[in-house]
Design a binder for this molecule. Structure first.
Ligand code: ADP
Ligand code: MG
Length: 677
């Protein structure tokens, strides 16, 4: 330590600084601290303990006062009141002429931050911060710019002989060093009045004496210093001793020759950030604190996140899978063809399995095709049989269709052509096979075109190959072949009626009009309504509403897991608040606002949720990439909207479930929090 240089240089004593003696102090100048009839009671069970009993006390600027008394005499209680950590007193306390009782919590915090410095018996440094960061803390809450703050903290530490311990954490420092860090912290914002509660209590006698000398030096530089001690010897070395017994002053003595010096400037203020910048920089500070807290409990943080991760991943995946499977089914329907109406023989379920309805005939199809609202109509009739080619036989599903079937249903040819009108009218023995059928009968890449397959007893010549229809259900992997309906009806089945007619609605006609027309026509032709109309729109609507209901249902379950995740976050945050009670106490004591504490914990909760949400989104992205590998044709859409919604909801969860713990942290009483074990 440089003896010639003041410790807190901003407060170096210029020759003009006022120096006055005790007489003058006690005479005309107003005291900086003035208590009148101060009373502090504690309720302990049924009885009331009077810790401070009608206390009158004046302390002048530049004084160095010892408050002595045996254990339980009320020293700490008095210190907490003087330091504005405890406002639950009655009577009068004026600081610099201002009535403390009229101050709100944040105004008291400002007073502590800007005018006071605290030195505690147990140092009360924050374990996660290094020496410089601990010293900077009061200036963080006053909004001093980062650079200035840093420079001053390093300066103070250097002058207190800790130049080589700047980036040490408290647990890497000796007791005396830690106490000097806390002295630097007390001086950070000026330390106009320094409160030290048993500052040497935890130090050995040598370091204790050094610390006391340091306090003397600060006093000589003009700081008002109030030291609480139970050691008579220490007290007598100070210029003024106030002795307490049972909460009352029993003696107040001054050493006669003491001289008092005032701080030349009450606040040599460092430059402060202005309004919005200050708020933003304090948000960043809270962010950094939250990050540090998360990093120091990695496993716990991860486990807390797990609920959110699972919740977000399941919500995002379920919504994606729902959309994807709906899309897949709709694609299959689209392949059936749009704007088509299917006419089935029989009325709904009544005729299923009953006697065959034989009234739907090819002539109906021709009549429907004549309607203004119909573009074309293709009859269809189906039969099952065994296909035989050379020595390979397999059962095939035969559909007798009109020449327009392939166009109406959007079937794609990979080889050959469809049969034409001529083939239909001449009962041609021609067949179009799908790729599955081709691969079954024509192995070794043999060209199927022109070859003759025997289906049942009927030889049919292959004239075309169509792509197999995708989709599930009973038709998924069967061998599908298509012949003219006339051929199937007369040469294979020997029947005159159809199973269904597919009507392609004219481009300029509406679906409803076409349905009405067809219904009227067929009812007139058959004399009764022995048929069913079905259009792809109704099928599509049914599927859409079904998958939406399913998605909604599963999403609700996923949301519940998200909720459980949120409760997990709240639980851990409450634990974290309890665990860090003393840290919160320190922050409040050195002048953090309630809002600063609230923000710190809220940001931590939100951060846990957002990081968890991010991992959850990444996880569901992985799922969406894996799913198509296992289920062909199913793609899981992954939209920016989904991601944004996931992040928005995890932020919301963080705020919702973090608020309660954060508020309970912000509402802690600084005195109780500091004493928390
Ligand atoms: P000192 O610091 O001189 O040892 P304190 O100021 O801590 O004494 O305590 C003074 C009296 O007030 C003691 O009787 C103590 O038991 C009581 N007291 C202090 N704090 C509380 C509290 N939070 N609740 C109940 N009683 C308290
Ligand atoms: Mg005490």
């Amino acid at each position: 330590m440089n003896e010639n240089r003041a410790i807190a240089d901003d407060f170096a004593v210029p020759s003009t600084a006022s120096v006055h003696d005790r007489a003058r102090v006690a005479g005309d100048a107003a005291p900086i601290i003035s208590l009148r009839g101060l009373r502090r009671e504690f309720a302990s069970g049924d009885e009331i303990i009077v810790a401070l009993d009608d206390l009158d006390l004046d302390i002048w600027r530049g004084e160095m006062v010892a408050i002595v008394g045996s254990s339980g005499s009320g020293k700490s209680t008095l210190m907490n009141v003087l330091g504005c950590l405890d406002q639950a007193f009655s009577g009068e306390y004026r600081f610099d002429g201002r009535d403390i009782r009229k101050y709100g919590v944040d105004e008291l915090a400002e007073l502590r931050r800007e005018h006071f410095g605290f030195i505690f018996q147990r140092y009360q440094l924050l374990a996660d911060l290094d020496a410089v960061e601990n010293v900077e803390l009061p200036a963080v809450y006053s909004g001093v710019r980062g650079g200035d703050r840093h420079r001053r903290a390093r300066d103070l530490l250097t002058r207190l002989g800790l130049g080589d311990r700047m980036s040490h954490r408290p647990n890497a420092l000796s007791g005396g060093q830690q106490q000097r860090v806390s002295v630097a912290r007390a001086l950070m914002n000026g330390g106009e009045v320094i409160f030290a509660d048993e500052p040497t209590g935890a130090l050995d006698s040598h370091t204790g004496a050094e610390l006391l000398e340091l306090l003397h030096q600060l006093n000589r530089e003009g700081h008002t210093i109030i030291v609480v001690t139970h050691e008579k010897g220490l007290a007598e070395s100070l210029p003024r001793q106030i002795e307490l017994r049972d909460g009352a002053v029993v003696s107040d003595t001054r050493n006669t020759d003491a001289e008092y010096r005032e701080l030349p400037q009450r606040h040599a203020r460092l430059k402060r950030n202005w309004g919005v910048v200050d708020t933003v920089s304090r948000v960043f500070q809270a962010f950094a604190i939250a990050m540090r807290a998360m990093m120091s409990h990695k496993l716990r943080t991860f486990l807390t996140m797990l609920g959110i991760i699972i919740g977000i991943a399941s919500v995002v995946s379920v919504v994606g899978l729902g959309q994807g499977s709906q899309e897949m089914v709709l694609n299959n329907i689209r392949s059936i063809g749009t704007n088509t109406i299917n006419v089935f023989a029989g009325q709904g379920f009544r005729d299923r399995g009953g006697p065959r309805i034989e009234t739907l005939v090819p002539a109906d199809a021709e009549a429907i095709a004549q309607l203004a609202s119909a573009d074309s109509a293709t009859p269809s009739v189906s039969a099952n049989g065994t296909g035989l080619y050379r020595n390979i036989s397999a059962s095939v599903s035969m559909t007798g269709v009109g020449e327009q079937y392939f166009r109406v249903n959007g079937r794609e040819f990979t080889a050959g052509v469809a049969f034409d009108e001529q083939s239909v009218s001449t009962y041609a023995q021609e067949v179009v096979i799908d790729e599955t059928t081709r691969d079954t009968f024509f192995t070794n890449g043999e060209n199927p075109l022109g070859q003759v397959i025997l289906i049942g007893k009927l030889p049919l010549r292959v004239i075309g190959v169509v792509k197999s229809s995708t989709g599930f259900g009973p038709n998924a992997n069967q061998l599908s072949v298509y012949a003219p309906y006339t051929t199937v009806m007369s040469r294979m089945l020997g029947q005159t009626y159809l199973q269904s007619i597919t009507v392609r609605v004219a481009d300029d006609a509406s679906m409803d009009d076409a349905e009405a027309e067809i219904e009227a026509l067929l009812t007139a032709r058959h004399g009764t309504e022995d048929f069913t109309l079905m259009n792809t729109d109704t099928i599509r609507e049914t599927i859409q509403s079904t998958t939406q209901t399913m998605t909604l249902f599963i999403s609700a379950i996923a949301l519940i897991s998200l909720l459980v995740g949120g409760i997990g976050v709240m639980n851990i945050m409450l634990v974290s608040v309890t665990e860090r009670t003393r840290e919160i106490g320190v922050r409040l004591a050195i002048g953090a606002r309630r809002g600063d504490i609230l923000r710190q914990f809220l940001i931590e909760a939100v951060l846990v949720c957002i990081v968890g949400g991010g991992i959850g989104v990444a996880l569901s992205l992985g799922i969406s990439m894996l799913v198509p590998l296992f289920i062909a044709g199913l793609t899981v859409p992954f939209s920016a909207v989904t991601v944004a919604a996931a992040f928005a909801s995890s932020t919301l969860i963080g705020v919702l479930f973090g608020f309660m713990p954060a508020r309970s942290a912000a509402r802690l009483d600084p005195v109780e929090a500091l004493a928390f074990e």
